[in-house]
Design a protein around this ligand. Sequence first.
Ligand SMILES: [Zn+2]
Length: 139
Amino acid sequence: MTNTSTYTAPLPDPADPLTGPHWAAARDQRLAVQRCTSCGALRWQPATICPECLTTGGEWTDLAGTGTVWSYTVYHRAMNPAFADQVPYAVAMIELDEGIRMIGMLTGTDIAIGDPVRAVYDPVTDDVTLIRWERVDAT
Ligand SMILES: [Zn+2]
């Protein structure tokens, strides 16, 4: 998808102790989030404490990588110059089938609220694979 030798936009730190397991899973083409070991709540963004029951810690679990568009916007002007070569692009709030929501970039701009989407994995560098969202009926 993306030319890995020329990707210059900001990237996550795959060595970050809090988010690193998510990025390691993405490299393996899996969508992983934290699950509370006490109450079972899934959470995104990663956190050291469960926002539902305040238990510290948690475990990583793989999700299906499917959901629907809950909201979205299409950027026609890059708010960060690093994304200038990617406009127009769409960013959406995805409601995952497991019930939590996650923000991500879509693979196209032909999108509507309620559209079914799936995660696709874009290895933008040797160390970082970003997760994009693609309409399920897209070809
Ligand atoms: Zn909990």
